[in-house]
Each structure stands twice: as C-alpha cells, then as structure tokens.
Write a protein that binds this ligand. Structure first.
Ligand code: PGA
Length: 254
C-alpha cells in the first residue's frame, strides 16, 4: 500500500520523516540517503537526540551510494556528508554504520561484501530515499536493470549536472558511483520516499501513475507493500498537486 503525505514545506517534511525513521531505531536497519532533501531530516534527528528523545545506539545503517574515486575525507564524498550531518552528531555505533567504498581497489568485490553485510543484518527494515530529477533512486539511473543489488553505475549527464554545484569550478563531477540496487531497495520492509523540488515533478507524476518503466527508476517502487511518499508541497505547483490528489486522495495534510 502507498501512502501519500503532503507536508507544507521542507521543515514539516523533515518532522514527518523523522517521526517515521525514529520508529526503526530500536534494533532496526536503515538505508539512508544523501543530497539536499535529507539535510533538514538529519537536523531534526539530531535535535531529537540532543533533547534525549531518541538514541541511535542500536540502529544499523547502510548508505545508498557513494562516488567512485572520491576520497572519504573529501568535501564531496558521502562518507563526509554522513559524518557532518548524522554519524558525527548523534550516538550511532560506528561498528554498525556502512557506506559503500568508492575508493576500493576491487569495486566488484566491495559491492558483494556490501550485499553480504546487508544480508547478515537481516535485510533493510526502512529504506529512506530521495528522488532524482530523472527519476533515479539511490544512483539507480534510467534504463538500468532492476534485478541488481549493489553495483557500479555510470552516472547520467542529468545527475552529473545536478551535482555540479557540490564540486569546485574546475573539478570534474565523478562519472561513476556505487549504488545499492533496485532489487535490494524494493526488498526493504518499508520505504520512505522524500520529494522536494519542482524539478522532480515529472518523476513524481510517473510514480503517481504507478506504471513501472525502466526509464523512470522510481516507478519500481509502485506497488510496494509499505511505501510512504512524503512531498514538500511548497515545491510542487498547484496543478500538479491537484492532479495527483484527484487520482490519489491525500491521506494526511500537514
Ligand atoms: P536532492 O537529490 O535531494 O539533492 O535533490 C536527490 C537525489 O538525487 O536522490
């Protein structure tokens, strides 16, 4: 079953997302995103932790993706992002956090080891996902085979353009990344998709129509047994909002 929730803005989206994520912290296994959308979510989780309302000691986390060839300590790496926004500011047990190794000498082997760690943790309990403007989830790009687990992917031009802003002017945006595959994502017991940004409109409409298409990886989530879609309504036009809720009634307005 898919539940659509419309948050007034990014902050209320973050509050809603944090309340869903904190249900998993007692021994749960999370799949975690990076990007601009989740920043307020991590900030909210940090606040809850600082107020003593939640502890992440018992949670196991896996990140969705990482660039190939970007050192962990580099400003643009997702290792660094996670340190700054989450791991370094809450009480996670570092033995239980995992981020793909984009600097591994043997990337294939590293992907297989990542899958094995996910499996030995008992699979993913809650996958938290952002959405790319081309419909990617994690770095699963349009046209890719959905039967994959963790793998190396060639980033699309659209993704490289969208992420250009995070790299210095003359530095090249990486051409490859490691991503957890669609097979693993859809095998998660629950999925939380966070959508913010007018440039995501087409991908969002595709998901709302529920017709699976390999050109729109997010449509692989349609039909999942427990999918929560949380949309930042302030970033979506009134027409798009009306179009979606006319077909799919909003279950909760915030
Ligand atoms: P964004 O990225 O949150 O920075 O828009 C989302 C994504 O590409 O998955």
């Amino acid at each position: 079953m898919t539940t659509w929730q419309w948050a007034d803005d990014r902050e209320s989206m973050a509050a809603l997302a944090a309340s869903i994520i904190t249900r998993e912290v007692n021994g749960g296994v999370l799949l975690l995103p990076t990007g601009a959308t989740p920043v307020p979510v991590y900030r909210r989780l940090q606040e809850l932790y600082e107020r003593g309302e939640v502890s992440f000691r018992d949670v196991t986390t896996f990140n969705l993706d990482e660039y190939v060839g970007v050192p962990e300590e580099a400003q643009q790496s997702y290792h660094r992002y996670m340190e700054e926004h989450f791991f370094g500011v809450v009480d996670v047990d570092r033995r239980r956090v995992h981020v793909p190794h984009g600097m591994a000498r043997d990337l294939e082997k590293s992907c297989r080891e990542y899958d094995a760690s996910i499996e030995s943790a008992g699979g993913i309990g809650l996958a938290v996902l952002g959405l790319g403007q081309n419909g990617h989830v994690g770095f699963n790009e349009p046209g890719e085979d959905w039967e994959q687990k963790t793998h190396v992917v060639s980033l699309s031009e659209s993704t490289r353009r969208a992420n250009r802003q995070y790299f210095p002017k003359h530095a090249e945006v990486p051409k490859r990344a490691i991503t957890v595959g669609i097979q693993t994502i859809v095998a998660s017991r629950a999925i939380l998709l966070l959508v913010s940004g007018a440039e995501k409109t087409e991908a969002l409409l595709r998901l709302s129509r529920g017709i699976p298409s390999r050109e729109w990886p997010v449509t692989s989530l349609a039909g999942h047994g427990r999918l929560d879609v949380v949309v930042d309504r302030s970033s979506v036009s009134e027409d798009v909002y009306r179009d979606i809720v006319s077909r799919i009634p909003a279950t909760l307005e915030r």
